[in-house]
Design a protein around this ligand. Structure first.
Ligand code: CA
Length: 230
């Protein structure tokens, strides 16, 4: 049985989530502030964290950071405003996904399943080391570098780059990327994909304004190319 830790200060919402998740067969722990959530997380046995952004005491971003300091556990953020998106998704080694309030429980359940599936797939993957142009991805260490310089990617940026590296020089349709990264449970605006691609380019490309690695294929999606040697 997978165990989910819900860190959410709105008690009726937390209780409603707990009820639905328990009915789906998950084990559920509740914490109503950041400190209590971190304490419960450190006791161990948590497979996924549902984390509210606006929390008393230690806020959601700080809780996320502290969990990420020593764990790759999947984290889904619960956010109140779309304007928090950049902050939540751009966070280095931050949340795996987010849900904007108000949400319905089916959506949250779909996200949980997708994120858990992704993290399981990540563990089974091989080979450990992939190279393309100046990019090196070490799956075992979960590290990416360009020309020997380490990159700090968010989980979604890492997932996207992993997909590109698996299909180099192939135009990958937007729908394909979305389905693969979000596991067929994508409810958000498709421009979210472009935000992640933009962040990835800013970290990866020698000149993000003229991408050499991740190029746009008009009307289709994106393709991983190899910059000319030089
Ligand atoms: Ca809150």
């Amino acid at each position: 049985m997978k165990r989910i830790l819900i860190i959410e200060d709105e008690r009726p919402l937390a209780e409603a989530l707990k009820y639905s998740l328990t009915k789906e067969g998950y084990g559920v722990d509740l914490a109503h502030d950041g400190d209590a959530g971190l304490r419960r997380f450190r006791e161990g046995g948590v497979d996924l964290v549902l984390l509210d952004l606006m929390l008393p005491e230690v806020d959601g971003l700080e809780v996320c950071r502290r969990i990420r300091a020593d764990s790759r556990v999947p984290i889904i953020m619960l956010t109140a405003r779309d304007s928090d998106l950049d902050k939540v998704l751009g966070l280095e080694m931050g949340a795996d996904d987010y849900v904007t309030k108000p949400f319905n429980t089916r959506e949250v359940l779909a996200r949980i399943k997708a994120v858990l599936r992704r993290s399981e797939a990540r563990e089974e993957e091989s080979p450990a080391l992939v190279r393309w142009g100046g990019i090196t991805m070490d799956r075992e260490r979960h590290e990416v570098s360009v020309e020997g310089k380490p990159l700090r990617l968010t989980p979604i940026e890492y997932g996207l780059l992993e997909l590109f590296l698996r299909h180099p020089r192939k135009a990958l349709p937007r729908e394909y990327l979305i389905t693969q990264v979000w596991g067929g449970s994508f409810y958000g605006p498709t421009k979210t994909l472009d935000v992640h691609i933009r962040h990835l380019r800013e970290k990866l490309e020698p000149d993000p304004a003229n991408p050499a690695y991740i190029t746009t294929v008009r009307g289709v999606g994106y393709r991983l190319d190899k910059p000319p040697e030089g």
